[in-house]
Design a protein around this ligand. Structure first.
Ligand SMILES: Cc1cc2nc3c(=O)[nH]c(=O)nc-3n(C[C@H](O)[C@H](O)[C@H](O)COP(=O)(O)OP(=O)(O)OC[C@H]3O[C@@H](n4cnc5c(N)ncnc54)[C@H](O)[C@@H]3O)c2cc1C
Length: 390
């Protein structure tokens, strides 16, 4: 990472936050509580606003810059890493689809000044993870405002967010795929929590369901339609940044495995511990995973303004495949780290415990289900073959 600003290197600031996150990670996981200390630190050192254009007071951070911050955070606390990237996905949906909208610009300026935390409500009750489908709709009122009611089964850190970007049909008459993205500020959005968030992993993301009711003016609709926002930004950026967080989880597991092997090497100086070979294999997998994430994020930055290239069928397939590969990789790597660390990794009370990382790693497969993404890729591949034959 080479982005140096008046606030210093992004990576140095990320490491400061990671230290704070590491101090609280066990409590965050055990109590499924919001990592307040780490998010406050992200806010106070400006990392939440890093991707905002400098013209609006931000630091112009690229996707690659953000991914390096996310990797550092996730190595300390998966939930903090996930919250950071989920927020940045929303920020990029605004910075890349502004089209001069005064509401979008005001929202971004407020992020720079106050560290607004942005969440997302795309998933909907009865629809599941099909983000390109909405049941709820924009309801135009005679006084010119719009009302949006959505039953959202999962909104990460919904209770702690200042703004929730919410998908809905463009009007009461619109088809399920004719969607818009609405900026719902907390001040004019009523949230009623539906149940608890008591999951295996990513417990600190605090992602229960909510009944959401927002009343805003039409200016709060992001200018591009959601089909465009999804294809050009939300989908590729989500898959790239999620993969980075999962890489950070892999780093954490590999570090514990390496410590286990070093300890056993110290006990029998001069002999190679049997687990050292598995560790070598494991480190190779992490390096390959890291290389994939590095090249994929750089490729996005290279074509950030070439929207046709970013939304081409081969690129869409590549972004989807990255999500599945990253999810499979982190599950495999944490599992292999368990083999290397042995009983010390299996124990809950050991400094080498891999329990939390193992639980977190499985969340990656259901966070937009891998099977759903594979089915999307199957359709895209058929479309590509048909186009090639023409
Ligand atoms: C930690 C975490 C945080 C999250 N945060 C948010 C958030 O902030 N905002 C938000 O909106 N959502 C969030 N989600 C929701 C997430 O992104 C998924 O969209 C949601 O969990 C999907 O729910 P589901 O598994 O019930 O539904 P589905 O994706 O519908 O899957 C249900 C089942 O149907 C199968 N299936 C469905 N469709 C297909 C298909 N086309 N082909 C093959 N199989 C299919 C799947 O394999 C699966 O077995 C979060 C999820 C997690 C794990």
């Amino acid at each position: 990472m080479n982005l140096t600003t008046s606030r210093g290197l992004l990576a140095d600031r990320a490491r400061q936050v990671a230290e704070i996150a590491a101090r609280h990670v066990h409590d965050v996981d055990a109590r499924a509580r919001f990592p307040r200390e780490a998010v406050d630190a992200l806010r106070s050192n400006g990392l939440l606003a890093a991707a905002v254009p400098s013209a609006l007071g931000g630091e112009n951070a690229t996707l690659h810059d953000l991914s390096e911050v996310a990797r550092i955070l996730a190595e300390s606390c998966s939930a903090t890493g996930m919250i950071f990237v989920m927020h940045q996905i929303q920020v990029l949906c605004l910075t890349r689809h502004t089209h001069g909208s005064t509401t979008v610009i005001r929202t971004l300026r407020r992020l720079v000044m106050d560290g607004t935390l942005m969440a997302s409500a795309t998933t909907e009750a009865g629809i599941g993870g099909s983000t390109r489908t909405s049941g709820c709709a924009i309801d135009e009122q005679p006084n010119g405002t719009i009302v949006l009611r959505k039953t959202a089964p999962v909104i990460s850190y919904g209770a702690f967010a200042d703004v929730i970007l919410t998908t809905a049909r463009a009007s009461l008459e619109s088809a399920p795929s004719d969607q818009v993205l609405v900026i719902c500020p907390r001040a004019t959005t009523r949230l009623t929590q539906l149940g608890e968030w008591d999951t295996l992993g990513f417990r600190g993301t605090c992602s229960p369901g909510f009944q959401l009711e927002a009343t805003v003016d039409r200016e709060h609709i992001v200018p591009d339609d959601f089909a465009t926002i999804s294809a050009e930004t939300m989908l590729p950026v989500s898959h790239l940044l999620w993969a980075t967080v999962w890489l950070g989880i892999s780093d954490a597991a590999a570090a514990k495995a390496a410590t286990a092997v070093q300890r056993s090497a110290r006990k029998s100086i001069g002999t190679l511990p049997p687990a050292a070979t598995r560790l070598a294999e494991l480190l190779g997998k992490v390096a390959a995973f890291g290389g994939l994430v590095e090249s994929s994020t750089r490729a996005f930055d290279d074509d950030a303004d070439d929207r046709a290239a970013l939304t081409s069928i081969p690129r869409a397939i590549a972004h989807n495949s990255l999500k599945i590969t990253a999810s499979d990789s982190v599950i495999d790597i944490v599992g292999q780290a368990m083999l290397v660390a042995g009983i010390a990794g299996y124990r809950q009370d050991s400094d080498l415990s891999l329990g939390r990382l193992l639980r977190d790693s499985y969340g990656t497969a259901v966070m937009v289900n891998n099977d759903r993404i594979l089915a999307n890729n199957a359709q895209l591949s058929l479309l590509q073959r048909r186009k090639a034959r023409r």
